[in-house]
Design a protein. Structure first.
Length: 384
């Protein structure tokens, strides 16, 4: 029997149901949904597949232990009890990051120091060495201290999974790729979808919709920290990439269109789409939202300018109103707008069919959905 690992994938608040569906589709066991994360179990092959294929996860963490720690001694003892020498070689580099919430041990730097010291002592004893040079592969350690309980993790992803590799630059206050992917899923983007975005910025929503429709694994063109972990067979990564490449469906009928009033943003979006492998399926043009004409069968996914992207609430209201007018003039199949503007419905000129609270980083937003309710497609995640 292959070894099963306890895994946790953090995600944006509000996108947990989408991520849980993704995880189950990969064959994960014992899937558990909690606020801002999904926990599950799987073998080494799933560690690789999850990093390569999960569109809405921020990273994939290997959960190594959970224990109470109301004192520094308890924190040290709990960390020391983990068999680090079975995971980290003697030359491993192991930076420590963490967080503390509603706990007696409230100083994160102090907790980091204790965790680091405990791992050092355990590795020295386990490897029978006095010096740990930290010149080898990087094993990023993370701890989460909540209500005096510690969860200890090893980060298998390295850079966050939103870093697909195609967005070298971005416009001001861009939407993260993982959040854009969640919106594409909620918007039920399919292989034959037509997606439009009148405020495309650097093109993220259209590009993520295209990759979903063509089944291009988001991590296909990047590397992950766990590829250098000695306790994971390197062959699982080669096989996961082979399977992901074989699953690409370039014959899908998807089309994507983005527009923005900023010529620099349009040029950047086109360059990003090309790097993402969907340049031939996505077109971008300079245009004002006042001339926007949703196609009859289009799904509109958009992040209207607000806050940092505009800096003028009155102008944001004008743009939302213009979008509403154009939508009512030529309603497409569905419109999904994410914004922090609490008065968006008033400015848009219509109440949303549905709303979903979702976070863009630390910014609380609403996803306003305008469509004719219909039965969900077979196999769609609940709540999508």
């Amino acid at each position: 029997m292959p070894q099963l690992y306890d895994l946790t994938a953090p995600c944006f608040f509000g996108s947990e149901a989408t991520l849980a569906f993704e995880v189950r589709r990969l064959g994960a066991q014992n899937v558990e949904v909690r606020d801002g994360r999904v926990s599950f179990q799987g073998d080494a092959a799933l560690v690789a597949a999850a990093n390569l294929n999960l569109r809405t996860a921020e990273r994939v963490l290997l959960r190594l232990g959970c224990f109470p720690a109301a004192t520094f001694d308890a924190l040290f003892d709990g960390v020391y009890a983990i068999p680090w020498e079975e995971l980290l070689p003697a030359d491993a580099a192991f930076p420590v990051k963490g967080s503390s919430l509603s706990s007696k041990l409230s100083s994160v730097p102090a907790c980091q120091s204790i965790v680091k010291k405990a791992v050092v002592k355990r590795l020295q004893a386990g490897h029978k060495v006095t010096v740990l040079p930290e010149t080898g592969a990087v094993y990023k350690l993370r701890f989460a201290l909540r209500k005096d309980t510690v969860e200890m993790y090893l980060d298998t992803s390295g850079d966050g999974l939103h870093k697909r590799g195609y967005r070298k630059n971005a416009t001001l206050a861009p939407i993260k790729e993982t959040l854009a992917a969640a919106i594409a899923d909620i918007g039920r983007v399919r292989r034959d979808s037509l997606v439009q975005d009148p405020f495309c910025g650097s093109g993220t929503l259209v590009i993520e919709a295209a990759q979903k429709a063509l089944n291009i694994a988001p991590g296909l063109h990047r590397h992950f920290a766990a590829e250098q972990f000695g306790f994971l067979d390197k062959s699982v990564w080669a096989e996961a990439r082979r399977q992901a490449q074989a699953a690409v469906r370039m014959d899908a009928a998807f089309e994507g269109y983005g527009a923005d009033i900023d010529p620099a943003a349009v040029a950047l979006a086109a360059a990003n789409a090309k790097l993402a492998g969907v340049g031939e399926r996505c077109r971008f043009e300079v245009a004002d939202v006042r001339t926007f004409a949703p196609a009859r069968n289009a799904t509109v996914l958009t992040n209207p300018p607000y806050g940092e992207r505009l800096g003028d609430a009155e102008q944001a209201a004008v743009l939302a109103h213009a979008l509403g007018l154009r939508w009512r003039f030529a309603p497409g199949e569905g419109l999904y707008a994410i914004t922090a503007d609490a008065a968006f419905e008033e400015h848009f000129g219509a109440r949303a069919t549905k709303r979903r609270k979702i976070y863009n980083g630390m910014i609380p937003c609403q996803l306003y959905m305008y469509f004719t309710p219909r039965a969900p497609h077979k196999g769609a995640p609940q709540g999508a």
